[in-house]
Design a protein around this ligand. Structure first.
Ligand SMILES: [Zn+2]
Length: 103
């Protein structure tokens, strides 16, 4: 479920961790737990495949500390994704804007 979103989230966290925490290969412990948390939230998302991207979601299923961490990751990695993984980034933002228009 939400495989595309999962990939994008993981890539954003990896990008953030590599740029900010410089752990070399893999994620640092903190980012690894954030990554697991984000994937678990996507897995359990009540909207399933029709979910809005987490930035526009109305449920806000994240705990507040995880929420502020993922927000920082998105702010950092969002614009960079366009250069590194343009296709996935565009799909992600396209889904987001499409859902905004539906409201
Ligand atoms: Zn990290």
């Amino acid at each position: 479920m939400n495989e595309g979103e999962k990939k994008v989230v993981s890539k954003m966290i990896t990008l953030y961790c590599h740029s900010k925490h410089k752990q070399g290969k893999g994620l640092c412990e903190e980012c690894n737990s954030l990554n697991n948390y984000a994937l678990q939230r996507l897995e359990r998302c009540p909207f399933g495949e029709n979910k809005p991207t987490c930035g526009t979601c109305t449920v806000h299923c994240y705990k507040s500390d995880m929420r502020s961490r993922i927000k920082e990751v998105m702010r950092f990695s969002g614009p960079r994704m366009l250069f590194i993984h343009p296709v996935e980034a565009i799909q992600h933002f396209y889904r987001e804007s499409k859902r905004k228009r539906l409201k």
